[in-house]
Ligand binder design. Structure first.
Ligand code: NQM
Length: 386
């Protein structure tokens, strides 16, 4: 596979992630060719991604692909692709609510959506899940105001300083909130709640895994006993949640729960699924928040959720993430339903230009310590980004 020698690309921070944003028309239409190109753009496989744009962590090895939508309910389509760091793998099995924060501004920058003087709202069809999001952000004078100096600023944990808010609304989700049909399951001897409010997540009391839930992400990543238990739970949970064999996928995520320490609803440590997140994903947090609102979940006895409030503060290793969501008891005792979810993020254009991918005939071999079984590039069968 050769592919183009240069590609138009915008590097953006979306929330607490960083990624390369492309118009679909600037990438090869064939998924295998596209994925091969993206590995060479990001510098994978290589633990340092030294020869590409990737930042040597799953949170900085991400891609957003955007096109005008043919869906009358949406302005643009957004496909999220996770590019593995140390493997030749690209997967569309998971969505990303952080990269999502940059999609509206990118769509305006590339002329897919006409900005309004003041604030622009972009309706985004998220192709990974088929769900809709509406992102609103300041566009004074018809230009994206990333800094917020002209229109007001927001601060999000995990990002230094302030920037203009990107408010993202998620109308009612398409997937069942409780994918196993139960509020609690016992998996590998551990009581968990499996939940999906935009991201499949397994909620686990940290104490059940003999950790406090207040450790540093690196401290938890070094705990081999914990890693083995999480792996066992994740593989079994994937089957119960209808995700099939998740050995080589990045979902479900696993969130360890502990009592809050700073006025929030709960403290979390989230595995995505092997590395421990330095904060928490947007949709991951939306799922944790909704999971806390379901009566009798494993958050009982851990959470401190304010009565009559639909703002749930999820604490994480670098601060907190506020999620607005409400869960209605299903009619006549049927499954609970999420009514709406909203979140504030920020985004920033870092550069716009041309990326020169590593030439195709110089591809390194995979460098991961435990290589995944071989699979053709571009199959997007959900390979794990570690
Ligand atoms: O949950 C990391 C992130 C994410 C995903 C991950 C995300 C989300 O923080 O919406 O944004 O869970 O792999 O970018």
């Amino acid at each position: 596979m050769t592919g183009p020698a240069e590609v138009r690309c915008m590097l953006m921070r979306g929330g607490t992630s960083k990624g390369a944003y492309f118009l679909a028309e600037d990438l090869p239409a064939d998924p295998a060719e596209r994925d091969d190109l993206l590995l060479r753009v990001m510098g994978s496989p290589d633990p340092r991604q030294i020869d590409g744009l990737g930042g040597a962590h799953p949170l900085t090895s991400k891609v957003g692909v955007v096109s005008a939508s043919t869906d009358p309910e949406a302005d643009v389509d957004y496909l999220f692709l996770q590019v593995a760091v140390d493997r030749s793998e690209v997967t569309d099995r998971q969505n990303c609510g952080n990269i999502l924060a940059g999609i509206g501004p990118f769509a305006v920058e590339r002329g897919l959506v006409a900005p309004v003087d003041g604030e622009t709202s972009v309706r985004i069809r998220m192709l990974n899940t088929g769900e809709l999001a509406i992102a609103s952000f300041p566009t004074p004078g018809g230009r994206v105001d990333y800094s917020g100096t002209a229109s007001g600023t927001a601060e999000i944990s995990g990002v230094p300083g302030t920037a203009a808010p990107v408010v993202i609304e998620f109308p009612q989700g398409a997937n069942p909130l409780l994918p196993t049909g139960r509020v609690r399951d016992v998996i590998a001897g551990t009581e968990v709640t499996c939940v999906d409010n935009g991201m499949p997540v397994v909620l686990i009391p940290a104490a059940a895994l003999d950790v406090t839930g207040y450790e540093t992400p690196t401290g938890l990543e070094e705990n081999a006993t914990l890693a083995a238990r999480l792996r066992e739970i994740r593989l079994a949970a994937g089957k119960l949640m209808g995700l099939g064999d998740v050995e080589h996928t990045t979902i479900p995520k696993l969130s360890l729960l502990a009592p809050p320490t700073d006025g929030g609803a709960v403290m979390t440590r989230t595995f995505i699924p092997v590395r421990c997140h330095t904060s928490i994903g947007v949709l991951g947090a939306a799922s944790v928040a909704a999971g806390l609102l379901v009566p009798d979940g494993v958050g009982e006895g851990i959470k401190e959720v304010p009565a009559q409030s639909d703002r749930i503060r999820i604490e994480h290793p670098s601060g907190f993430l506020d999620i607005e969501t409400s869960v209605d008891a299903g009619p006549g005792g049927s499954a609970p339903v999420v009514r709406r979810t909203a979140v504030v993020r920020t985004a920033r254009k870092i550069f716009d230009g041309t990326v020169f991918p590593r030439p195709a005939d110089t591809a390194p071999t995979d460098t991961a310590p435990t290589p995944a079984p071989a699979r053709p590039l571009g199959g997007n069968d959900g390979s794990a980004a570690r």
